[in-house]
Design a protein around this ligand. Sequence first.
Ligand code: UDP
Ligand code: MG
Length: 318
Amino acid sequence: MLTLYLVVPCYNEEEIMECSARTLLNKMNELVENRLILEDSKIVFVNDGSKDKTFEILSSLCRNEDRCVLISFTKNFGHQNAILAGMMFSREFADAVITIDADLQQDIHAIGEFLSAYEKGCDVVYGVRKDRDSDGLFKKASANLFYGLMRLLGCDVLANSADYRLMSRKALETLSEYSEANLFLRGLIPLMGFRSDIVYFDVKPREGGKSKYSLKKMITLAIDGITSLSIKPIRFVTFLGLGMCLFAVFMIIFSIYTWVHEGAVPGYTTTVISTWLVGGAILLSEGIIGEYIGKMYFETKKRPRYIIDSVIYGGKKT
Ligand code: UDP
Ligand code: MG
């Protein structure tokens, strides 16, 4: 038997918060009754700077429920940081932590399987979605593109894994030693190399509210994921530059040859095409390199990854 903490990141989830919280509470009580987890197990909600009624709903719930804790950020720090804050808080009290989205799209019945994998000695248990049927065409296509690109770049990311996962206290202690600002947990955790297992779970459509992952947030997560795990894009830029230099040598020889043998070269089209092509390639390359320099800039600042405004714990406010 273990003390289990559930970590739930919440951002503008007023439509579903009450219902989700109740469902999770019932699930936890059921697990306690079935003697799968200990009585002191808790649910940690992390309010990621919601601008709607999420905080009010959660704070009134937490004041009445001993099993709930509410960590509230000063502003929106993003899904990954919300999960991290919840896990870092829980590692002092819990034997294991499971992170799960507030919209409960992820099937909570998988929690039992997570626990049995933990009992068998796994320190990390990854939740992997069985399919993407509940996703729209765009989300499906972008997810496939992202995981394909990650594979191409040699990053060890489990395809279709979600941030629905169990981590033992040992794994959380190790995670706490990673101080990177550029956080992509799905890529980072497999790098730690702990004994792990996979649990497949069903995904339901959202019951209320809209997805909080805007296109901008999705692109940011994808770029963070790639740049935090691989420097292959920079290497690609180097090879691209090298290839272009070789091509330039060929062009110089070719131009001198035609100049000597045929006089002035008409070549307007080639000039225009190559100007745009080379210009585009240079800008793209600079952008890729700039992306890494920008990341280094933020890493060197060592700013806090999130700022906690308040914690409501077992009816008390600190
Ligand atoms: N979330 C968050 N901060 C954000 C965006 C999302 O804490 O800036 C939470 C959100 O409340 C939810 C989870 O992260 O619990 C996953 O978000 P969502 O369900 O909107 O993403 P999707 O399932 O559409 O990928
Ligand atoms: Mg969701």
